[in-house]
Design a protein around this ligand. Sequence first.
Ligand code: AMP
Length: 422
Amino acid sequence: MIQLVRGFKDILPDEIGIWNQIEQTAADLLNLFGFKEIRLPILEKTELFQRSIGELTDIVEKEMYTFPGSRDEMLTLRPEATASVVRAYIQQRLYAVDPIQKLFTMGPMFRKERPQKGRYRQFYQINAEVFGIASPLMDAQLIIILSSLFMRLNISGLCVHINSLGCPECRPAFKKALMETFAAVSQELCADCQRRREKNPLRVLDCKVPSCRQAIASAPAMTDFLCHACDTHFEAVKAALGQQGIAYVVNPWLVRGLDYYCRTAFEIQTSQLGAQNAVAGGGRYDGLVQTLGGPSVPAVGFAVGVDRLVDIMLQQGKCVESVPDIFIAPLGDAAVQKAFEWSCALSKAGVRTEADFTGKNLKALMKRADRLHARFVLMVGERELEEKAVVVRDMESKKQISVPIEKMVEEIQKLARNGFNQ
Ligand code: AMP
């Protein structure tokens, strides 16, 4: 048997209700906050990610699925969505229509990471990106949207971590201080960090290797190096969060694994998933549009890890099952023919309908209705057809009523909406 690729997974029908619920809730919420959906290809030129995410990052150094495309170009399955959204913003000249764009997108990302619980090689994100708004209120609003999303999904036990990564004005001094710290403990760093500590010391702060974690315990915090403008920005983000009653912790180690962030960085963490504790992350990336050849436009965004939300919701027993409103149980050939007609008519009328076309006996039909968790069962045999009325049973109360065939569709529609009592 051919198995699926390691680190990839099938999302089975049992789980799909939760996936749909998360995606629909996010789309509705983002719409309420003025976001519009954008759909982008999962394949981009490799250069897009090299230039945006940064050459000396885990993603670009070792996690991308890259292969030659046509001609001389290298292609990559997108490891994240922000770079693609920025590319589209520039290429489709969305800024010329209105520099302020609030966009969201959903779909799979690909990273060749070591697979483990909560970490997959194909995983799904919901991304929101805002272009053209420099205000710290927008950074705060994105965190508020995330918090509302988790509230709507009834997910508790989350913690908001925020940090400021400064800007090209103030970050060099911080980098210098980091380099000095890491030079002094260089033997304790892993091979990757030894290599990166000179050119990209911020990446060392992200490293999960235990000896590196120990070595960085004495590292300085960016928040002590912020210039006046970055400090004011960070204070305003915190004030807006406070005003909206969002609890947060300032986490000076939060640098996020991508190079394009400046000023605000945030992450929503959970204690319920073990090592893979981030369910969403984001931040400001004011320089990226220009770096990728567009105008100088500020930007800020987030990514929600849908797989991890699903895992949490499954753990919390939040199962969203799609069950039929009615199961049609026909006895005899003529009744099966009717079951076919009625299942088409009822489904078209908006009633979730299952019907049996195989001519099973009543006991087998009721067993199947039970297994499907159908709310009602419609029983029809020769006698019902003659009397022009079918029997409908409420599977929970076991009560039965007779419904005239003539009025069947509208009666069942009413039942599906209101149950037996109204
Ligand atoms: P990032 O793009 O790395 O900032 O990730 C944003 C969110 O995507 C994280 O908070 C995770 O919830 C999710 N995520 C990132 N990498 C993976 C992965 N390999 N498997 C599952 N979810 C992931």
